[in-house]
Design a protein around this ligand. Structure first.
Ligand SMILES: Cc1ncc(COP(=O)(O)O)c(C=O)c1O
Length: 390
């Protein structure tokens, strides 16, 4: 059976050139980057070269880039690290958007148990955060604002520069989860104006298990992981040189072809959009019409117009060899509607009847035609079954 991978927002395959760059550091060069002998210095040189490369590509300073195990750790560090610095100062209020990734929402939840108050800023029907709503949520106790750069489920890009300005004008630290945007659209750390940025390499054909937190010079933040002086005391643990080398190489490759690839993907997205709108009844497109990532298309079936079983939808696509996600989490065997789609005003049934297509370098128009036909097949089978049951 043909297999079509349309889940690049979940993860991407490792670029063979990235693997090639990493190979020497997985075998021959094995020294501990913190050792002072020649073996260690060799590893250290590769680590620091990777850091420099990443900093240049993101327009950050080299001493602002700190390696983490990925986006989840970077988000946890941003939230808990800034909150804990401010805990003793009476600044115990945090503002996040309602559509953040769980890597932000769950640490925010656990900070509540430490006495912090957390406000969730609402979004509109396209999952767009209004900077004025962020401004309104600020109190004299606010120590941190965390708003993602681009949403992983629907692809909407947030007005992060304006939000950063609102925060910085008031001396509040601002964090942005850029896990989905880095490598897909231009992300310039200085220009965006945030204090903290989260990145993950496996979203742009790099290895899994590495990412970074970019910390603007002078930002007060506590480490999440203690036990060593690595990463300038910001993140303890023996450095993973091979992954850092792979991260830098993957980012360089992604940025080399960023414009041409973004435009190719946007064309494919437009094609998919039109095909879905023409062929299927009751579809709602979830992204912001103007501000969206080029490679994500999320579509819901409006429950007031059509009865679509979300679980059967994804399973039916998988049986036909098409890998997509629903945007809903499967918890203890049942499908939970996505908090993102609920925050955007979708009802529970519509939110469950959602498919996220996320395209990547290997995606062709032919793949999309195959996926659209598969969707047609799944919906027909579902309808026939419904008729049969009536
Ligand atoms: C927006 C966003 N933040 C954070 C993460 C977590 O990143 P990682 O898988 O590197 O831990 C993801 C992964 O899907 C994501 O999409």
């Amino acid at each position: 059976m043909r297999r079509v991978y349309l889940d690049h927002s979940a993860t991407t395959p490792l670029d063979p050139l990235v693997l090639e760059a990493m190979a020497p550091y997985l075998s021959g060069v094995f020294g501990n980057a913190s050792s002072i002998h020649s073996f260690g210095r060799e590893a250290r040189a590769a680590l620091e070269e990777s850091r420099e490369h990443i900093a240049t590509l993101l327009n950050a300073r080299v001493d602002e880039v700190f390696f983490t195990s990925g986006g989840t750790e970077a988000d946890n560090n941003a939230l808990k690290g800034v909150a804990r610095v401010n805990a003793g100062r009476g600044k115990k209020h945090i503002v996040v958007s309602a559509i953040e990734h769980h890597a932000v929402l769950h640490p925010a939840e656990s900070l509540k148990a430490e006495g912090f108050k957390v406000d969730l800023v609402p979004v509109n029907e396209y999952g767009f955060v209004d900077p004025e709503a962020v401004e309104k949520a600020i109190t004299p106790e606010t120590c941190l604002i965390s708003i993602m750069h681009a949403n992983n489920e629907v692809g909407t890009i947030q007005p992060i520069r304006q939000i950063a300005r609102v925060a910085r004008d008031r001396g509040i630290v601002v964090h942005s989860d850029a896990v989905q945007s880095v490598g897909k659209i231009t992300v310039d750390f200085k220009e965006i104006g945030v204090d903290l940025l989260s990145i993950s390499a496996h979203k742009f054909y790099g290895p899994k298990g590495i990412g970074a937190i970019v910390i603007r010079r002078g930002t007060e933040i506590m480490p999440l992981i203690e036990g060593g002086a690595q990463e300038s005391n910001r993140r303890a643990g023996t450095e993973n040189v091979a992954l850092a080398v792979g991260f830098a190489r993957a980012l360089a490759l992604a940025l080399d072809s960023l414009e041409s690839e973004a435009s190719r993907l946007e064309d494919l997205r437009t094609y998919l959009h039109k095909q879905l709108a023409d062929r299927f009844e009751g579809v709602i497109f979830n992204e912001h019409p103007d501000f969206h990532l080029p490679h994500i298309l999320s579509v819901s079936f409006d429950s007031s117009r059509r009865d679509v079983d979300g679980e059967a939808l994804i399973m039916g696509m998988d049986l036909r060899g098409v890998a997509v996600t629903s945007g809903s989490a499967c918890t203890s065997g049942s499908l939970q509607p996505s908090h993102v789609l609920l925050a955007m005003g979708r009802d529970v049934k519509t939110a469950k009847a959602t498919i996220r297509f996320s395209m990547g370098r290997s995606t062709t128009k032919d793949d999309l035609d195959y996926a659209i036909d598969a969707l047609g097949g799944v919906l027909n089978a579902m309808e026939n079954q419904n008729v049969h049951l009536q």
